[in-house]
Design a protein around this ligand. Structure first.
Ligand SMILES: Cc1ncc(COP(=O)(O)O)c(C=O)c1O
Length: 415
């Protein structure tokens, strides 16, 4: 207890990351659940379980024996990695970037976002004195934790069916002022399309409005594009913020290798865009790390710019669509009213209302785990607007997904 007092209040207020807590709870119950034929099936983490592209593994093996490959890299990332990022941005989005000062590697986008956020925020104690970052709600659970433990205020922008999951920035601004916050304290806006947990995409018109809004107020736009390669048809192909007018003046975008190539453990991604922000970010980051293992950077540079990499992503998306259909069919049989038009066209998440007999999403998820061994995430883990809903991540095998449906039927989990 004495030693804990050394930590600052914002860190003391943090709980362990939700996915870690779910993993720990599942491990505690594993034996009991297995004994009653309900061995845990995880639909919680957004971590693909398929094998990474074989070409990626082959390249990694090849590079492991190169001269000088095991020594420190550099914070910004090796030039071959940054050049591959530039090539990828050009091929995938038609966006032109300079590998010297508009791209920097990150040790996964979680690390990149956490560092960027703490570099922006000047920590304050008093609620209304705090620097503010606007975050999507529901949104990736880490945003609010990262802002909070950096001594800032994460102000939620509600993503609702009524606003088509695209909150009006002027309305958010008015609400923030009405709540007593100082608009001059707003440092940045985080957007995340395709969105975790909702699986929704935004229109270019909407994101252009967000760009214009940030320019008008001189605030940084942080676009988290973690799911930009996970989509099911060309009509809903996600775009980069840099396809929009004026974005480079005020925006950075965060990309990750984790999801498209099923390498969540490799911890590699990149931040790109506004050169002042990228350069300052790289300076700050140079005090923290020396970049990622060079063999990983080199193998990833290969896959990001190869036909094998694109084919792997395309096949992965076909398989996610199939997995989504298994779940949607099963959940409809269990009474969930799923409108064909509202089925996500991006990501590997389903966001659904909890059964009518429940009034708490935490209780529902607890029952799913304790009775059926099915691990899903309560909506409130993604923000206050998540109450009444839960998230399914369909990254496991088709057979396991079918088993989830069968267990729910057998154990009485109907909508
Ligand atoms: C929206 C979003 N951003 C960022 C991340 C972090 O991904 P990584 O750190 O593996 O790049 C995740 C992971 O689930 C995510 O859902």
């Amino acid at each position: 207890m004495k030693m804990e007092k050394l930590f600052n209040e914002d860190v003391m207020a943090l709980d362990t990351y939700i996915m870690v807590r779910l993993k720990e709870r599942t491990a505690q119950l594993k034996d009991k659940l297995t004994q009653k034929n309900r061995a845990p099936i995880s639909l919680s983490m957004g971590a693909p379980t398929s094998a990474p592209p074989s070409a990626l593994i082959d390249k990694l093996k090849e590079f492991l024996t190169e001269d000088n490959i095991h020594s420190y890299s550099v914070t910004r990332g090796e030039s071959y990695f940054r050049e591959a990022c530039v090539q990828r941005m050009k091929d995938r989005f038609g966006v032109v970037l300079d590998s010297n000062d508009e791209v920097c590697s990150v040790l996964g986008s979680k690390d990149g976002l956490a560092n960027l956020i703490r570099f922006l925020i000047y920590p304050q104690h008093e609620e209304f004195q705090k620097d503010i970052i606007l975050i999507p709600d529901p949104g990736y659970a880490s945003y609010s934790q990262m802002v909070g433990c950096s001594g800032g205020k994460a102000y939620p922008m509600a993503l609702t069916p009524e606003n088509n999951y695209q909150p009006d920035m002027e309305q958010v601004w008015e609400q923030l002022k009405n709540d007593g916050y100082d608009e001059n304290k707003v440092k940045a806006v985080i957007i995340n399309y395709p969105n975790n947990p909702l699986g929704v995409m935004a229109t270019k018109d909407y994101v252009q409005k967000v760009v214009d809004f940030c320019k008008k107020h001189d605030i940084l736009l942080i676009s988290d594009a973690a799911y930009c390669d996970l989509y099911f048809d060309e009509a809903h192909k996600p775009f980069s913020v840099f396809e929009l007018k004026g974005a480079k003046d005020i925006a950075v975008e965060m990309f990750t290798l984790s999801k498209p190539y099923a390498v969540t453990g490799w911890r590699l991604g990149w931040i790109c865009g506004n050169k002042e922000v990228v350069s300052r970010f790289a300076k700050g980051k140079s005090t923290i790390d020396n970049g990622m293992f060079k063999a990983l950077q080199k193998a990833c540079a290969y896959i990001m710019t190869s036909a094998e990499g694109d084919e792997y992503i395309a096949q992965g998306n076909i398989s996610y669509k199939r997995k989504q259909s298994i779940l949607v069919k099963g959940l409809k049989e269990l009474g969930w009213e799923i409108d064909e038009n509202n089925i996500p066209k991006t990501t590997f998440y389903l966001w659904l209302p909890i059964p009518r007999k429940y009034d708490s999403c935490v209780k529902f998820c607890q029952d799913m785990l304790e009775k059926s061994g099915i691990v899903v995430v309560p909506g409130t883990a993604f923000g206050t607007y998540g109450e009444g809903c839960f998230r399914i991540s369909y990254v496991c095998s088709d057979e396991k997904l079918q088993e989830v449906v069968d267990r729910m039927k057998a154990d009485g989990f109907r909508y």
